[in-house]
Design a protein around this ligand. Structure first.
Ligand code: ZN
Length: 148
């Protein structure tokens, strides 16, 4: 009887945690030019959303640097292409590019950076994308962002 009560209260606790929207995600990047996620879902009850980018590899940022950039799916490729010329000092992003909704700086092994943005900048039904704008990385390092 006691065991059953404990089981029930644990279940209640677990479901309660599921109900609260997680307005934050940690994305890891690697020396293999990958992110550890391909899809990020943002709950529309979140006012702001935070992405923390980590780098679990061992290569420095000038060799295997990564950032996390959010745009619409349609803007992803042109933003990446135009960002290449900006150089690493500008995080391979064109200065003042209004198509960029949010981005972290470029990080290397063992570093981390995070960005928090207003969820009101996103609309349900629009396809968003995240990617790394380090030259050549977008082919491997990209994923979808969806407002739910
Ligand atoms: Zn990268």
């Amino acid at each position: 009887m006691f065991a059953k009560l404990v089981a029930v209260s644990l279940l209640t606790l677990a479901s309660g945690q599921l109900l609260a929207a997680e307005c934050k995600v940690t994305v890891d990047s690697t020396d293999q030019m990958t992110f550890n996620t391909k899809a990020i879902e943002i709950d529309k009850s979140c006012k702001t959303f935070t992405v923390e980018l980590t780098h679990s590899g061992s290569l420095p940022k000038n060799v295997m640097g990564h950032n996390w950039v959010l745009t619409t799916a349609a803007d992803m490729q042109p933003v990446a292409t135009e960002g290449m010329a900006a150089g690493i000092g500008k995080n391979y992003l064109k200065e003042g590019d209004t198509r960029i909704i949010a981005h972290t700086k470029i990080i290397g092994a063992g570093e981390k950076d995070s960005v928090t943005f207003d969820v009101s900048k996103l609309t349900a039904g629009t396809d968003y994308a995240f990617f790394c704008s380090f030259p050549g990385h977008i082919s491997m390092m990209k994923g979808t962002v969806t407002l739910k």
